[in-house]
Design a binder for this molecule. Structure first.
Ligand SMILES: [Cu+2]
Length: 69
């Protein structure tokens, strides 16, 4: 398992968390997604390393912005 962390900006509530989580969960290989609007943390557990671009695109699709870290 690989853990990848991002910082997401713009999330304010549980709906935001769900929007991000549901998009990121669709990336092939993603096993678990933890996201917090309070801290902006997005922690992805995956069976194999995931390209940052895929995560950034998924977060963008949800309507937010993310940076690796
Ligand atoms: Cu919200």
């Amino acid at each position: 398992m690989t853990t990848t962390e991002f910082q997401v900006t713009g999330m304010t509530c549980s709906h935001c968390e769900h929007a991000v989580s549901s998009e990121v969960s669709q990336i092939p290989g993603v096993d678990n997604v933890e996201v917090s609007a309070a801290t902006g943390r997005l922690v992805i557990t995956s069976t194999e390393p995931i390209a940052d671009e895929q995560v950034l695109a998924a977060v963008d699709e949800a309507g937010y912005a993310a940076v690796r870290g």
